[in-house]
Design a protein around this ligand. Structure first.
Ligand code: GDP
Ligand code: GDP
Length: 465
């Protein structure tokens, strides 16, 4: 079940980013900080009473150009109508209802997507007398809020989440896979890196059949691709192939589309332009897949244009390792969608990553490695107390997820998690996939018992050498 996308639309200065921050504020703790991704971010995972969704502040996508305000709003609205599952239309109660608001409201209504209407800045006195004006919009439910101070916030969230599906449990993959489930592949990247060329080059292949299957969300059409008898579902290929029709202005915002595709995939193919190097937008797109815990392959496309292949490869890989450090587990492939060079190699790599993501490490084996690594390198102290690591266990796959049992979860330092991750990768691989590591407090009675027993008698990782 893909997470629905909720887009905030509204004139500049109505308080979109203030509201955005308030909505994600409570969830920030569970969102991993990824360099390059958190910087000026305008999309994030959010949840209200267990219902999860992607939240996008369309205002954050405003290009630096001199576009008149109306243009920007039109672009944003078009984008939200095309890509979002639910639209939050925000107006300014201190400014009153403006013609631009009416125009947007009209278009939203015509599009037939669910819309929640909210009037912001309903604090202080300036809004009084202006509010009745908003009934000219002709909508039944108008929610007055203050994004800054919080009034009406939970009413708004309750209304919003009425439109969202019930939380669905993450389906655990069965231990015994009898039939190969075709891996779901998202092809993402900023505009012009060659996504549609890549898909078209696959479709040109002889040994491949493409058929459209209905995607799980409205207007997303997936294709099934066959390579040496194995099937792959290419997520949202209709969107990629028809991209030519999308206007340039809207195309800038394709990160919203990427977000949707990524949430439905197992492995994300991130296309990069080998002639241009890594851009900030690339960092974001890669960050999306990383945060969602998806397998990642970095694909340097347009390799045919690179003159000095050896030098070019070295330079690009250095760039990747520097700017995309947080995905140092992701393989880098060079292809040319134009000449089809090495295009199908991608699928061998996908198979490998899919297998790595499903790997389960037996607890005994895991703890042999774990004991070794904690013994070799003392964890940093926490408020002048020792942070003790008792044991580790793998609690999930896709992505592989581990829980460390410790005495002070708050004292687990980021750098130490990094160290553990590196060691787990060295021992067990997990090539091409993020892994997740959480620290949990060992159960209360055990810590209590711990206090009453002499150190030498303790079990856990403290072995007698
Ligand atoms: P955006 O351009 O729509 O993203 O708007 P911002 O979130 O940047 O807010 C624009 C201005 O309105 C800022 O100065 C905010 O402090 C202010 N603002 C936002 N929400 C509220 C609110 O609930 N009440 C009041 N009084 N001001 C607000
Ligand atoms: P998209 O926006 O990511 O779907 O990118 P397109 O597939 O539309 O490609 C953008 C431009 O790059 C087009 O002019 C393509 O012909 C060109 N292009 C795509 N892949 C390659 C490649 O491997 N080599 C070369 N030389 N050009 C390419």
């Amino acid at each position: 079940m893909p997470k629905p996308v909720v887009a905030i639309v509204g004139r500049p200065n109505v308080g979109k980013s203030t509201l955005f921050n308030r909505i994600i504020g409570r969830n920030l703790a569970i969102v991993e900080d990824v360099p390059g991704v958190t910087r000026d971010r305008n999309y994030a995972d959010a949840a209200w009473e267990g219902k999860q969704f992607h939240l996008v502040d369309t205002g954050g996508f405003e290009p630096e150009s001199e576009d008149p305000m109306y243009m920007k709003m039109r672009d944003q609205t078009t984008l939200a109508i095309e890509e979002a599952d639910l639209i939050l239309f925000l107006m300014d109660g201190q400014e009153g209802l403006l013609p631009a608001d009416l125009e947007v409201a009209q278009r939203l209504r015509a599009a037939g997507k669910p819309v929640v209407y909210a009037i912001n800045k309903v604090d202080g006195a300036r809004h009084e007398g202006l509010l009745p004006d908003f009934y000219r919009l002709g909508v039944d439910t108008l929610i007055p809020i203050s994004a800054q101070h919080g009034q009406g916030f939970s009413d708004l969230m309750d209304e919003l989440t009425k439109f969202l599906p019930e939380r669905t449990a993450q389906p655990e993959a069965p231990d015994e896979v009898t039939k190969r489930v075709p891996p779901r592949i998202a092809i993402i990247g900023r505009p012009n890196v060659g996504k549609s060329s890549f898909v078209n080059s696959l479709i040109g292949e002889d040994r491949m059949i493409v058929s459209a299957v209905a995607g799980t969300t409205r207007d997303s059409i997936d294709s099934v691709y066959k390579y040496y008898g194995r099937e792959y579902v290419l997520v949202d290929t209709a969107g990629i192939r028809s991209r030519g029709r999308v206007s340039q202005g809207v195309e800038k915002y394709s990160v919203m589309r990427a977000m949707k595709s990524v949430s439905r995939c197992d492995v994300a193919l991130v296309l990069l332009d080998a002639t241009e190097g890594i851009t900030e937008q690339d960092e974001r797109v890669v960050g999306l897949a990383h945060e969602e815990g998806k397998g990642i392959i970095l694909i340097l496309n347009k390799w045919d244009l690179v003159q000095d292949k050896e030098e070019g490869y070295k330079k690009f890989v250095d760039d990747v390792r520097l700017r995309l450090k947080f995905v140092d587990y992701a393989p880098v492939l060079t292809i040319s969608a134009l000449t089809r060079q090495r295009v199908t190699k991608v699928f061998d790599e996908i198979d490998r990553i899919v297998a790595e993501r499903e790997k389960r490490v037996p607890t005994a084996e895991l703890n042999r490695v774990f004991e070794n690594l904690t013994a070799r390198h003392e964890p940093p102290m926490y408020r002048s107390r020792r942070v003790k690591y008792y044991y580790a266990t793998q609690v999930g796959i896709k992505p592989p997820t581990f829980v460390l049992f410790v005495n002070y979860p708050d004292g687990v330092h980021f750098s130490y998690i990094r160290y553990i991750e590196n060691n787990l990768r060295q021992a067990f691989g997990f090539h091409g996939s993020p892994i997740r590591i959480y620290a949990k407090r060992r159960r209360e009675e055990q810590t209590a018992e711990e206090r009453t027993r002499p150190a030498a008698a303790r079990g856990g990782r403290k072995k007698k050498t």
